[in-house]
Design a binder for this molecule. Sequence first.
Ligand code: ATP
Ligand code: MG
Length: 420
Amino acid sequence: MSSLQPVRGTRDLIGDEQRRHRHVIDTARHVSGLYGFEEWSTPIFEETRVFSRTLGETSDVVTKEMYTFTDRGGDSVTLRPEGTAAVCRALVSNGLTQSLPQKVFYAGPMFRYERPQKGRYRQFHQIGLELIGPAEPLADAEVIACGWQILSDLGIAKSVVLELNTLGDMDSRTAYRAALVDYFTRFATELSEDSKARLERNPLRILDSKDEGDRRIVADAPTIAGHLTPLAAGFYDSLRNSLTALGIPFVENPRIVRGLDYYNHTAFEFVTTELGAQGTVMGGGRYDGLVKQMGGPETPAVGWAAGIERLAMLVTALQAEAAPIAVIPAGEEAEGAAFGVLQKLRQAGIRAEMSYRGNMRRRMERANKLGARAAVILGAEEAARGVVQLKDLVSGDQREVARDVLVAAIRALPSAGADA
Ligand code: ATP
Ligand code: MG
């Protein structure tokens, strides 16, 4: 068999990469909890129609990127390309549409058949929030504020910019759509094939095109500002005021429409210049029509999703794990007793390690290599007396400690580096 590799566009997460990945999820889970969000897990595959009908028939995700297959029973299923549609499906399936608001946090793998490059994979991972129920712009401000606090706690808020836009309500959209059709029709022959198809079915989608030629045409396209109804303009004002009051900086970008069709009113992205073309780290908005499309009642909602890989690349300082304690038997006869001490430390919540072999000197070398905070050394004689030698590997001090106060003595060690 030729050497086995992960499938193109998928990656193994090992060592530092896995630590970064986990740090992003742990931080998001903690912060979203402060805002009252509760974690949901939905299956990684769904009936294909959960996505095909709702994400937009002209969206890139539905036209080119879905991993869809027929299972052995003949049903069409799709590996989830995003989380929002699945959460809305779950809201309806679980009869929660009358128990609002629901504040949902999720984290997990997503699948899109894309051209792999830095920050773009076929299996990637997202964290996300959905705030389902409230129609007030305060809800939009709350999900954005939570996203901002997660980015701040990850230490990357200073390298991202919040770009904000409104897509208006139904009436604003209808008027804007007509203006866009007018404009793009003038360039119909120059548009990419994809955008030609979008011109009739969903001209707004052209604003999100990644084609160079399209982008030049898009640069001068009309913006929605002149087409907003008073209601939609008021909603947007209110959101901007809330963000300003919270001290969350943003810039307005009328080109943000988001890659999926279900958005209305608020659309936003947190963007960085530090990841080349893959600059969007978090994106979201309001999607008041989606729950109804899933077969539920009309239910307003707002949320965002963020790519964990892109966030993990931006995280600079990972919090170091506490330095371990090395347990070192002096002589083979003490190995059993030392292994018992090791277990007691771990049961007390202390990170501890013991090598599987080697004399004192080798084990001590290994302890230093691990960056151990202290060594607990015991020979047969200490074992018999119920004591150990506790050696502070930072100061070099060594003293005898009774085994029943060892945990307290270790906890009392000044934290490494604190007084350096
Ligand atoms: P892009 O414009 O980069 O394709 P998108 O609009 O398709 O992004 P969303 O569907 O809004 O992205 O997903 C939210 C976030 O998930 C993105 O901002 C990004 O951080 C991440 N993401 C999306 N697709 C991928 C991918 N293929 N690989 C890694 N991360 C991704
Ligand atoms: Mg995409």
